[in-house]
Design a protein around this ligand. Structure first.
Ligand code: GLN
Length: 319
């Protein structure tokens, strides 16, 4: 029997396969060299199953989809109090790369925009120094269940052109949010964004968060349970940048997008879900990703406030 997951994934893939709207991001020149029509969808459950369709084994750079995972790691290593003193928890309503801080606090609005993620990279740089990238790479690999490596061409391309992110770094240094060497910290952030993943990897990484930090396939404890809760909440309110409010209504799943064309979503205690399609809109979100997520959420009843979602306390106590 075909599972409802396979059925819904295939239907969403068929429906949106021929959509050619948008274009791959090109402000990092190497990103424009991807095959634009790749389209993969994947769901990984907390019981270790994978359901997938299309180009789900093709690699692409993780870009901003790395942000929640690195944030989760930093919460554990530095402690929530230290992190909150440096990065806020409010949606910015601005673009992901805006050179702006919360005027009331002089902190980045949240860890999902570049300013926040560069600050988080700075915290890890302060803790682990030259080993910071290895620490990130190891933890994200453990979340995916296989070793993730850097795409050197995309990394170099971002190093050559990433002046806006350097500007953000210097602004953060100016207000005292970043300590340490700005160039090294921004370089760490560029490496983080250049890790190659597949849609399957993202779904499995999402499943690790859904499974309160334990990778369902390998059984390895990857993330701290309290850090996961904080991370999912931030993904829900800020993960899709200035589209987060619309996303909360239409999809209702904590999620994170990246300009490489990936999107990951997490249904708490149930599954990780991901899409890969390189054509993005003006906000940097994958166009077919947005459409497929809305449809899959609807079809499978994944919305946090779906009528079929009974809630853990009530379900366990009364049903
Ligand atoms: N590396 C990209 C940047 O900093 C990530 C942005 C994104 O995926 N939205 O510009």
């Amino acid at each position: 029997m075909t599972s409802p997951f396979d059925f819904a994934l295939r239907a969403a893939h068929t429906r949106h396969r021929s959509d050619r709207a948008g274009a791959p991001a090109d402000y990092i020149p190497e990103l424009a060299n991807v095959a634009p029509d790749q389209f993969g969808l994947a769901i990984a459950t907390t019981t270790g199953e994978l359901y997938a369709v299309g180009d789900y084994t093709q690699t692409f750079t993780i870009q901003s989809v790395s942000k929640p995972f690195v944030y989760c790691l930093a919460l554990e290593l530095a402690g929530e109090e230290t992190i909150l003193a440096r990065v806020g928890l409010e949606p910015s309503g601005d673009a992901f790369n805006s050179v702006v801080l919360d005027p009331a606090t002089n902190r980045p609005f949240n860890p999902m925009v570049n300013a926040g993620a560069i600050t988080i990279a700075g915290v890890l740089h302060q803790i682990a120094g030259a080993k910071a990238f290895d620490t990130m790479q190891a933890r994200l690999s453990a979340a995916a269940g296989r070793p993730l490596v850097i795409d050197e061409a995309v990394y170099r391309s971002e190093v050559e052109t990433g002046h806006r992110n350097r500007a953000i770094g210097h602004l953060l240094k100016n207000v005292g949010v970043l300590r340490g060497n700005v160039d090294e910290i921004v370089d760490l952030y560029f490496r983080q964004c250049s890790l190659r993943v597949t849609a399957e990897d993202l779904a499995r990484m999402g499943a690790t968060l859904a499974n309160v930090g334990e990778n369902p396939q390998t059984g390895e404890t990857v993330f701290d349970i309290a850090a996961v809760r904080n991370t999912l909440a931030v993904m829900f309110t800020c993960g899709m940048y200035d589209h987060s409010g619309n996303w909360a209504v239409s999809v209702g799943i904590p999620a994170k997008s990246g300009v490489g064309g990936g999107v990951v979503g997490v249904v708490n205690r149930q599954l990780g879900i991901s899409t890969f399609s390189p054509r993005v809109d003006e906000k940097g979100n994958s166009i077919r990703g947005l459409a497929a997520f809305a449809e899959l959420s609807d079809e499978l009843g994944l919305h946090a406030f779906d009528a079929s979602n009974l809630g853990s306390a009530i379900a366990h106590t009364y049903l």
